[in-house]
Design a protein around this ligand. Structure first.
Ligand code: BTN
Length: 237
């Protein structure tokens, strides 16, 4: 595993994407990012104390469908080790790949296909406590446990588990899905679908994440389920 560390960089995803010769499982870690990228063109507040890193995985059609959920599952499993029994209950998985503690986000994941690779970018709030405009919606491990942790240690544990388990992803897929469905943040939440222009009126409920990683939703009183590969949505309670 080749690891490159920066005190400051624009974005670890961006750095890896621009590399001409990329190896598999090349890891880039930054203490700070000046242009941290989130999903759907959003920013990712990237202050010191957070675990900010990206690594490359060889592109494979079968893997592409599963990689975001699989990565979320790995991060979720590692973070559990840092929590007490009572705290573990409050850690959930929000489709497609965010990790929540109660009603606040502790980790975001951005997977991007670049040439023959998928770049997996992960941001975990470890010791950082300044979330800028997202202060109401974000939380760090430190705020939960009151203990500082070493971001590099958490990163190494995540990448090592990813590498160890990615080869058996198909065999373990049902068990992974069972875990992320049981621990879904969206359970019993009311959901409205967002489009480019507005938020729809219909109220959906979360049913499950299916075998191909799609979110299955249902409208109350309608027996038909709808499944989405990608979706922007809003939670209304
Ligand atoms: C999201 O939830 O919107 C995804 C956030 C992903 C943030 C990480 S931080 C490390 C890597 N580099 C980036 O620029 N983004 C990802």
């Amino acid at each position: 595993m080749k690891i490159t560390k920066f005190d400051e960089i624009n974005s670890t995803n961006e750095y890896l994407s621009r590399k001409i010769h990329m190896e598999e499982f090349e890891v880039v870690i930054a203490k700070k990012q000046t242009s941290g990228k989130g999903k759907r063109g959003r920013v990712w507040i990237s202050n010191e104390g957070a675990a900010l890193f990206s690594f490359s995985v060889k592109f494979d059609e079968m893997l592409q469908e599963k990689i975001t959920i699989f990565t979320g599952y790995i991060v979720y499993s590692i973070l559990l080790n840092y929590l007490s029994e009572n705290q573990k209950e409050k850690l959930t998985f929000k489709w497609p790949n965010d990790i929540y503690y109660e009603n606040k986000k502790i980790c975001g994941i951005l997977c991007e296909k670049i040439r023959d690779f998928i770049i997996v970018g992960i941001g975990i709030n470890v010791n950082n406590t300044d979330f800028g405009i997202f202060s109401e919606k974000a939380i760090s491990l430190y705020e939960i446990t009151g203990k500082e942790e070493e971001p590099d240690k958490i990163i190494e544990e995540i990448v090592t588990m990813f590498i160890d388990e990615v080869g058996s992803i198909n065999r373990k897929w049902d068990k992974i899905l069972q875990t992320i469905n049981e621990k879904s943040y969206l359970k019993n939440k009311k959901i409205k679908i967002k489009t480019e222009f507005d938020v729809g009126e219909r109220i959906y409920k979360f049913i499950r994440v299916d075998r191909t990683g799609r979110i299955c939703l249902m409208v109350k009183g309608d027996p038909e389920e709808s499944a989405y590969e990608s979706l922007d949505f809003e939670i209304i309670d």
